[in-house]
Design a protein around this ligand. Structure first.
Ligand SMILES: [Zn+2]
Length: 295
């Protein structure tokens, strides 16, 4: 399997393009959560988008979270990425399944996710308050929903294509995505140019997902504009949970809650939603945490 990478490039007339291959990352997510093919596609597209968007954050400890709640059988999708493209995420009903879309025999991500709800994006830039933006879901297909979010919430036109190919044995063949955005102050011609290559972006994303190198895809897609590669980084599905972090969550529940845990079960098991790691705390440990909790 080729290495995952996120390649960022820019053109002289102010067009930003990011192309990513995220096959290993999405396969790791599938193994972690045991997702059905349609849920692998839904979660994989969201993870790919978060890795791309997170890697664009400037500050070292910045974080980006995407929450998609569409009311479909797959439930909600929650994904978090940092600026080094380490991502983690989950989908609430990972085994949910819907029939293949009859029109083109593709995984019906829109139906699994649903369109009765919102996409919320939280950018924690290490300031006092995180930036929170929200938009209605357009199709539940993820790429369109994020593009619409950019327009209504950040007044930023974007062309976004995301893809996940799932094998008959449910493993991930490949995954990837392309983000194309005019930078502030770019020329009117550039926007017109973007509009003229809308369909090419989807076609090139298909080629990328089928195995072409992201650098080559960028060069060919934007050939007339002579793009310059700015950076190449490797995304990864990785959770940052730990027993200490779980303990601090329990402490924050407050003394009454911890007391009832001690009385009911004498021990507690906490599962990290993002990576399914189980943390067990025995009675002694719970009593120690109780001492640190506020009444
Ligand atoms: Zn975890």
């Amino acid at each position: 399997m080729s290495q995952d990478k996120i390649v960022r490039a820019i053109t002289a007339d102010g067009l930003s393009i990011i192309a990513a291959r995220t096959t290993v990352m999405v396969e790791t997510a599938r193994q972690t959560h045991g997702t059905s093919p349609v849920c692998s596609a839904a979660l994989g597209r969201t993870l790919t988008a978060a890795a791309i968007m997170g890697s664009g954050l400037k500050s070292e400890d910045a974080k980006l979270t995407i929450i998609i709640k569409g009311g479909g059988p797959a439930g909600s999708i929650v994904v978090t990425a940092n600026n080094k493209a380490a991502v983690k995420g989950y989908i609430t009903n990972p085994m949910a399944d819907v029939p293949i879309r009859e029109a083109d025999y593709k995984l019906d991500v829109g139906r699994a996710v649903g369109t009765d709800g919102y996409i919320t994006i939280i950018k924690d830039l290490g300031l006092k308050e995180p930036y929170v933006g929200k938009a209605e879901l357009v199709s539940g297909e993820i790429a369109e929903d994020i593009a619409y979010y950019y327009v209504v919430s950040e007044q930023q036109p974007s062309v976004i294509s995301l893809g996940v190919l799932v094998d008959t044995d449910e493993t991930i063949i490949s995954a990837g995505g392309i983000f194309l955005q005019p930078l502030p102050g770019c020329k009117e011609d550039t926007i017109t140019y973007i509009e003229s290559i809308l369909e090419d972006v989807a076609a090139f994303n298909k080629i990328l997902v089928e195995g072409k190198e992201p650098e080559d895809v960028i060069m060919e897609l934007l050939k007339p504009l002579n793009p310059q590669i700015l950076s190449v980084i490797e995304p990864a599905f990785r959770c940052d949970c730990s027993k200490e972090r779980i303990e601090s969550v329990i402490i924050s529940m407050g003394a009454a809650e911890i007391n009832s845990l001690i009385e009911d079960d004498e021990e507690a098991e906490v599962v990290c939603h993002f990576c399914n790691t189980k943390y067990k705390l025995n009675k002694e440990e719970l009593i120690k945490l109780l001492a640190k909790a506020s009444v």
